[in-house]
Design a protein around this ligand. Structure first.
Ligand code: UDP
Length: 361
């Protein structure tokens, strides 16, 4: 099986690449390394069945060339992260709309199966208890950059569905709800690596707003096999599937949990939205998935508990600060985490600040 992974050097993409290589696929990564990095592929790069192509999904000829002999395409390349979207709405729209159209066209003309990565952001401000794939979307004005990601991903899904209806493109859509795990960077505002990094460095954990907004975090190691199974399941084609975590938690409780299980000396700092985001920013209060369709179609069950996820992210954060690469799904240290010494903290602070843009805007 020959698989193309756009965005294969990103956080989720690199885990997917490792998974596909392990099951014997020949894998081609297409990535422009805008938010992905070669370091994410370090453990895969020795594989003789992996090739990496540096380039943009906006380059139609390149996308065609890469997809031409593929059996399936996992389309994960996108402008991601609330911060990046708000700061660079035009570039984000171009990548997320025109880039996806190029991938759809290429898959359609070669007959490859396509897995389109979408997002829970498409539900916008809908705070229903258990969002189903049919739930209404509640979005703010299209003139506010905050909503451009949800708007573009919604169009991507609609285009995928239209290619399925019109041309029989075998495409499945995965709506990812706050996927987290090793290698995710806090650079674009993602809360788990941000707070874990702060806890490891002994800095205040920055909780935005009142901290009572909730999310359901899912582990990358649970999500990746479901992406592969969706691509292999004909009943999934033409449909969208929520892939989210089982436990709803407020960001404040998440911060408390991180401090507790990492034995961190850090305190929690509530940061008003006006300070943490540009003016007019609206946060989502709640986002809870109903995973029934994914469970029925491909047996998706989020297995990994939040405390296990936090420990896995902590291991990755420490390895990155020390210049080592995180393994695929790290084996958790049975001895438990140890509070860093002051000297360790100082050296880590230097290393991680070189890597991470400061959390505030
Ligand atoms: N958040 C926070 N502190 C941070 C980063 C994020 O309190 O350092 C909040 C953010 O405002 C949001 C939640 O955590 O309410 C999840 O943010 P993230 O960007 O990870 O995901 P998304 O907003 O896309 O669900």
């Amino acid at each position: 099986m020959r698989s193309v992974v756009t965005g294969g050097a990103g956080f989720i993409g690199s885990h997917l690449v490792e998974h596909l290589l392990a099951q014997g696929d020949e894998v081609v990564v297409l990535d422009d390394f805008s938010t992905g990095s070669r370091r994410n592929l370090a453990s895969a790069e020795g594989s003789p069945t992996l090739s990496v192509v540096e380039g943009s999904i906006l380059d139609r000829a390149l996308v065609d060339a890469v997809v031409t002999s593929a059996d399936r395409v996992f389309h994960l390349a996108a402008a991601v992260g609330v911060r990046r979207i708000v700061e660079e709405p035009l570039e984000s729209l171009r990548v997320n709309l025109h880039g996806t159209e190029n991938v759809l066209e290429a898959a359609c003309s070669t007959g490859a199966v396509l897995l389109l990565a979408s997002t829970s952001e498409v539900y916008g401000k809908n705070t229903s208890d258990g969002l189903t794939e049919e739930s209404d979307r509640i979005l703010g004005s299209p003139l506010k950059s905050r909503w451009t990601y949800a708007a573009a991903k919604g169009i991507d899904e609609a285009m995928a569905r239209a290619y399925f209806d019109r041309y029989g493109l075998r495409v499945a859509i995965a709506r990812l709800f706050n996927t987290v795990g090793p290698r995710q960077t806090g650079r674009y505002g993602m809360v788990v690596p941000n707070l874990v990094g702060q806890a490891v460095r002994g800095e205040p954990l920055t909780v935005y707003g009142d901290g009572l907004q909730t999310r359901c975090f899912s582990y990358v190691g649970d999500v990746v096999p479901a992406l592969v199974r969706l691509s292999e399941t004909p009943e999934a084609y033409g449909r969208a599937f929520n892939l989210g975590g089982a436990q709803e938690i407020s960001i404040l409780s998440l911060a408390e949990l991180i401090i507790e299980i990492l034995h961190s000396p850090s305190r929690i700092e509530l940061v008003p939205y006006e300070v943490s985001y540009p003016q007019g920013f609206e946060d989502m209060r709640r986002r809870v998935p109903d995973n029934t369709n994914a469970r029925k179609c491909v047996g998706f069950e989020p297995q990994t508990r939040l405390d296990e996820i936090v420990l896995a992210v902590e291991k990755s954060v420490r390895e990155r600060a020390e210049g080592r690469n995180s393994s695929e799904y790290p084996v958790l240290d049975s001895a438990g985490p140890v509070a860093p010494s002051e000297r360790d903290r100082e050296s880590r602070r230097g290393a991680s600040e070189a890597e991470e843009i400061p959390a505030r805007w």
